[in-house]
Ligand binder design. Structure first.
Ligand SMILES: [Zn+2]
Length: 263
């Protein structure tokens, strides 16, 4: 009896030890497995965040969905490698732009010579800001006129071909005009402006010497406009005193985020 009772007691201790051992071994295995998994997840995620600030960097056309990712990077945090990857999308220094829907545009001006007349349209949002800016300038006796607004890919193709003929090569043409698919005018948020008192100075460097240009450099930012190709710009595009883009809304600023981050 006593022996039987002792044996039962021993059996109980043995089972307890076995259970405790199993629990410890399983616990150790679990800890090891989870510590192996964690770094795997973080290393696969972080390089893709670092290497490509844009999820769609393979896509030739930046879209509004891409840009916010980029704008969170910010120009101050954009290191040289990132600048390089952003810059690699450009052609002769020009970033690709998706053509906006022509039906969305509103006519804000017409441009006429003796031979022909064309209507100039822009995105409604940019149009409203442009009209406010034109009236504010007029109050100060300065006459800003719109010479060119939205352009289709096809229209830009024609313009760029003319520039190649005039200047001899695509490289030379790209200094003064963007290849089609790469013009800020495709977005409906870019405008070429002139001084109404000097109509013969439309789209010439003489524009730099007009009251309209001086007024724009002083006050355009109040209305959400900025010069796209300022002297010695990081894109390497020739100075275009007449060419301004609207960046006064989150959508328009996002479209130009790549170019703006380079400045
Ligand atoms: Zn332009």
């Amino acid at each position: 009896m006593v022996f039987k009772k002792k044996f039962a007691h021993f059996k109980f201790i043995l089972i307890t030890i076995l259970v405790a051992f199993t629990v410890v071994v399983c616990g150790a295995l679990l800890v090891q497995l989870s510590s192996q998994n964690l770094p795997v997840q973080s290393t696969t995620k972080s390089p893709s965040n670092l290497v490509s600030p844009q999820p769609n960097s393979s896509s030739p056309v930046p879209s509004a969905s891409v840009a916010p990712t980029n704008s969170t990077v910010g120009s101050a945090n954009l290191d040289l490698a990132q600048q390089g990857s952003v810059f690699s999308q450009t052609t002769y220094g020009h970033f690709p732009y998706k053509q906006a829907d022509p039906k969305r545009m509103i006519i804000v001006a017409s441009y006429a010579t003796e031979e022909y007349q064309r209507f100039e349209s822009v995105d409604p949002e940019a149009g409203k800001a442009l009209m406010k800016m034109i009236y504010a300038a007029r109050d100060e006796g300065v006459w800003i006129i719109l010479v060119s607004g939205f352009r289709t890919i096809k229209q830009q193709q024609k313009l760029f071909q003319e520039q190649i003929k005039r200047r001899g090569s695509p490289e030379a043409a790209a200094k003064v005009s963007a290849p089609s698919g790469y013009s800020e005018h495709h977005t409906g948020f870019a405008v070429d402006l002139a001084d109404g008192q000097f109509p013969k100075q439309d789209i010439t460097y003489q524009f730099e010497n007009t009251a309209a240009y001086r007024w724009l450099t002083r006050r355009a930012k109040e209305f959400g406009f900025e010069m796209s190709f300022s002297p010695n710009n990081a894109q390497g595009v020739s100075f275009e005193p007449w060419h301004w883009r609207y960046v006064g809304s989150p959508d328009s600023a996002a479209i130009f985020a790549n170019a703006r981050n380079l400045r």
